[in-house]
Write a new protein. Structure first.
Length: 245
């Protein structure tokens, strides 16, 4: 496990982009696990810049996103389909057929979730998984609970997540109550994991993940058992760590 602490969120994001770029330069047909939310935006901005200046080519890259809300259309401005299109895909040369995002409108969500896991395996498994972290320690939408869920699955969002994501919607009532998320098993099978955490509202989750026992109450804590995980933090998110690297 490696932990790097940066001055601010912008630098943490640029560091994440640097590691993703290194992965793509070494293996142009990498399978990337991608994330949504505010946290990865500086990383995506940097990747777009690297692409537009001619340094980075996405033409062979394959992506699998972590999660999607249940019950809003892919065109909805708050859907993760829409987010990825706006924040990354439309601005780099990734092929639309190489992009995968869970279908939150599948008539049979369980079957669709199984098919999503199978598609990742068939593609060869995720080379590099980018993650944010929720205030409650979730990764993807794996919410605090009694156990770790292995495969892709439908999740009931916790009140903490609904409130955190309310800022993207007009009212709290508009925030979807369910999502489809990659499970902890699929995330842990990624060959390399990059977790980016920025801002003081993530400091407790980061401390729990890094300094308390591994527990499904703080799902990100499982990452400490991953053989190749890098935590990229800004000073604010690292603010509650007792042992700084
Ligand atoms: P955020 O979300 O980047 O918008 O803070 C991260 C998460 O909930 O995983």
């Amino acid at each position: 496990m490696q932990i790097h602490i940066f001055r601010d969120a912008q630098l943490a994001g640029r560091a994440a982009a640097t590691l993703i770029a290194a992965q793509l330069l070494r293996k142009p047909d990498s399978i990337l696990g991608l994330a949504t939310g505010s946290t990865p935006i500086p990383a995506y901005e940097t990747l777009i810049d690297m692409h537009q200046t001619g340094m980075l080519d996405f033409s062979q890259a394959v992506s699998f996103n972590l999660d999607e809300y249940v019950g809003i259309s892919p065109e909805h401005p708050c859907s993760y389909h829409h987010f990825m299109q706006e924040q990354l895909f439309a601005q780099v040369n990734i092929r639309p057929e190489n992009v995968h995002i869970p279908d939150g409108n599948a008539p049979d969500l369980t079957a669709a979730a199984k098919a999503y896991d199978a598609a990742i395996l068939q593609a060869g498994g995720i080379d590099l998984q980018l993650l944010g972290i929720g205030r409650n320690g979730h990764i993807g939408f794996n919410e605090p609970g009694e156990h770790f869920v292995y495969g892709c699955h439908k999740v009931a969002l916790s009140q903490s997540t609904i409130q955190a994501n309310r800022r993207f919607f007009e009212t709290e009532a508009d925030v979807p109550r369910y999502a489809v998320s990659l499970g902890i098993g699929s995330i842990m099978q990624a060959r390399q994991v990059l977790l980016v955490a920025t801002g003081s509202d993530k400091a407790e989750a980061v401390r729990r993940a890094l300094e308390e026992d591994v527990s499904p109450q703080w799902q990100a804590s499982i990452l400490r058992t991953h053989p190749d995980v890098v935590f990229l933090l800004d000073e604010a998110a690292a603010g509650k760590l007792r042992h700084r690297p």
